[in-house]
Every structure is written in C-alpha cells, then in structure tokens.
Design a protein around this ligand. Structure first.
Ligand SMILES: [Cu+2]
Length: 293
C-alpha cells in the first residue's frame, strides 16, 4: 500500500508539473451534457478516467515531439544525401563539410550513438512511471468507508442483469448503521426505437437502469452466462470483460450525480449493438430509499 501511495503521489506530482489543465477536466464535468460541446473524451466522472485522460495527453506530448524530430532528421537526410548530390549548389554543404572533416562519409559517431540510445530509454522511463501508477490506481479494490455496495453485472444475450448487495464491512460504523440486503435483481433491456419518449437516447436508453450512489466506493463484479461481453462506461474509465465462469472485479467511485451511458464492447452476437448500459448515479440517501424496498 505504501508503494501504491508512492506511485499515485508521483502521478499527481507529474500531472502538476506537466499539466496546468487538470482543473479544466473537472470544470467540464460540472455542467453541460455528456456528449455536447466535446470533441474528445466524454466528461470524466471518476479519478481513474481523469488519470487516463491526463496520461493520454502526457504521452501524446512525447509523440508529437518524436514525430517532429524524426521527420526533421529524415527530411534532412533525404535532402543532404539524395537531393544535393544530384543538384550540387555549393561546396559549403553539410555533406561536403562532413566529408572534409572525416575524409569520408561518416558511418560511426560514438556521441550520437550514445545520445540516441540513452535518450529514448529515458523517454520510456518517463512514460512508464505515470503509466504504472495509473495501473496501481485502477487495480486498487480497497473500500474507504464502513459499508460496501457490491454490484454483480451479468452479461446475457442480449441484455444485462444487475444484482446489487449492500452490506457492512466488519469495521466500526461511525454513522447510522446500514442494514445488509440484496436488491431484487434487475433485467436491463434496451428501449426499442419505436418506444422511445422525448429525451431518451436511441440505442442507449434502457427500461431499468442500474442505480448507484454518488461519491461511494462501489465494487463491481462482472461476469457472463453465455458468451463474452464487456461492461463499459467511458465516463467512468471502465471497460471490463464479462467472461462466463470468471468474475472480473473493479472499483468505481463516481464524483458527480447524473445519467451515464455505455455499450457492450465485445462482439457477442447479432444483438451486440442493442444491449446498452445505463447508470443513474444518485445521492446515497436516494439510493438507500430506492433500493431498500
Ligand atoms: Cu454483449
């Protein structure tokens, strides 16, 4: 856990050094809709997806630099060694200067070889550090409060079934004790286009959405009863395979109340495109009052 914290802190430090726009992602999440006014990612609703977006921006900054540098070198080589020999203009050319210095076209240069070995490996280390810290953050399943909300998402051809369990962890509870109960299982089917009402989203709205409490650590167990599906919500940074006979687990903690959408992300059959995921994130009091009945 110490190492885990160290990596997470190093990620935060790197983010602070490299990105001044971290708050920008948060400010976008406070208003507007999930899809409008955006050209890249849907708005981030968990720390994990904020980390993923930051890592994406971080790695892309290296890619832009590498692309421009390599392209510049390549263009120079073409120009100096292919264009100029055919169309010589001056004896002061790069190629003639090199030739006069070494008495031949150079084939070895210890300093250059040292630089182009060490520098890319340093780049890889700089990319690996925040990348590993994010992996540790994603794989963390610890619950930071005294009760647990566990949701088992079962992929079926072609809908989702949700079993929600609310219970106490064996730690002293500081607030009002929360009873232990199973919420009746919910079958979540897509609403067909012909049955949509105003405000519904075509191919995304379901008849019975999953309801989750906001700012709560929620454990998701994802599995399947037939073929491989994938439970995906872009705004949560969750894409987790539903595999028959196997329980994949992930923890989510949604920062904002709202309605979130996703789609099955594993080709699973003819109706693969028609088993969307809709999650309503509500205040914990609302969640308990809805689910305890
Ligand atoms: Cu599926």
């Amino acid at each position: 856990m110490m190492t885990n914290r160290f990596f997470i802190n190093s990620l935060d430090t790197l983010n602070r050094i490299f990105f001044s726009k971290r708050s920008h992602f948060y400010s976008l999440s406070t208003g507007g809709s999930l899809f409008t006014d955006r050209v890249t990612f849907q708005f981030p609703a968990t720390d994990v997806i904020v980390g993923i977006i930051d890592l994406h921006a971080y790695i892309m900054s290296f890619l832009v630099f590498v692309f421009i540098f390599v392209f510049w070198i390549f263009a120079n080589v073409l120009f100096e060694f292919f264009y100029k020999p055919h169309y010589p203009t001056s004896s002061q050319d790069f190629r003639y200067i090199l030739t006069s210095l070494t008495n031949s076209v150079p084939t070895h240069n210890l300093f250059v070889e040292f630089v182009w070995t060490i520098f890319p490996s340093l780049l890889l280390v700089a990319i690996a550090i925040p990348s590993f810290s994010l992996l540790y953050l994603i794989s963390d399943l610890t619950i930071s409060h005294s009760y647990v909300v566990f949701v088992q998402c079962v992929g079926k051809q072609w809908y989702w079934e949700y079993f929600t369990y609310v219970g106490q962890i064996c730690l002293p509870n500081t607030g009002i004790p929360i009873p232990q109960y199973w919420v009746p299982p919910v079958d979540s089917y897509m609403v067909p286009t012909t049955d949509l009402s105003s405000g519904d989203r075509r191919l995304l709205t379901v008849d019975r959405p999953l309801i989750l409490p906001v700012q709560t650590d929620i454990l998701l167990g994802v599995t399947s009863t037939d073929v491989i599906h994938s439970w995906t919500i872009p705004s949560f940074g969750v894409k987790i395979d539903a595999i028959p006979g196997h329980l994949n687990r992930v923890k989510i903690n949604v920062k904002d109340v709202g309605v979130y959408y996703g789609q099955c992300s594993e080709l699973c059959g003819v109706n693969h495109g028609f088993m969307p995921i809709q999650v309503h994130v509500v205040h914990p009091e609302t969640f308990f009052s809805i689910t305890i009945k």
